[in-house]
Design a protein around this ligand. Structure first.
Ligand SMILES: Nc1c(C(=O)O)ncn1[C@@H]1O[C@H](COP(=O)(O)O)[C@@H](O)[C@H]1O
Length: 173
């Protein structure tokens, strides 16, 4: 189920539970579109603390450049991973059932000074943007990737411009 690329992964996408994959796959899809090698793993600060420490501490030596961490509810995973690595960590709050993701958002955003987590929006849009942001970070040292990002942005702009005129919609009403 979890997407893999065979090349040396540059981005680690981790999530607290397999149930987060429905949203977190959006980060993986963006990275696939931009051909950025990445890995996807379930890692939980609460349920598998030893595995989390191992993952976070080995990430840099294994060649990862950015970590995207998605978690829901008491979403401690991104912050705990950020406390264990010098890599940039992007946190994606999952849409929780009981509190709609506000709990996840606040748990991830309200980090103490000195342990930064770049917090994205709740759910799929946040996951997709985390993928894009990770790619943009890598692109600062990779001109070819920067070109692919520019192409993607231009194609998005073209799609929006195709829909810019609402006169026909108004006539239908
Ligand atoms: N927030 C965390 C952490 C963590 O932060 O370590 N580990 C799991 N979870 C979250 O628990 C939610 C429910 O998980 P289950 O669906 O497995 O019960 C998920 O959104 C997960 O990210």
């Amino acid at each position: 189920m979890l997407d893999e690329n065979s090349a040396q992964p540059q981005v680690g996408i981790i999530m607290g539970s397999r149930s987060d994959w429905t949203s977190m796959r959006c980060a993986s899809e963006v990275l696939n579109n931009l051909t950025v090698p990445h890995e996807c793993r379930v890692v939980s600060a609460h349920r598998t603390p030893d595995w989390m420490v191992e993952y976070a501490k080995s990430a840099q030596d294994r060649g990862l450049k950015v970590i995207i961490a998605g978690a829901g509810g008491a979403a401690h995973l991104p912050g705990m991973v950020a406390s264990l690595t010098d890599l940039p960590v992007l946190g994606v709050p999952m849409q929780s059932r009981t509190l709609n993701g506000i709990d996840s958002l606040l748990s991830i955003a309200q980090m103490p000074r000195g342990v930064p987590v770049g917090t994205l929006a709740i759910g799929e849009a946040g996951a997709a943007n985390a993928g894009l942001l990770a790619a943009r970070i890598l692109a600062t040292l990779d001109p070819e990737l920067a070109k692919r990002i520019q192409t993607l942005r231009k194609s998005m702009q073209r799609r929006v411009m195709d829909d810019v005129n609402l006169d026909e919609e108004m006539k239908k009403e």
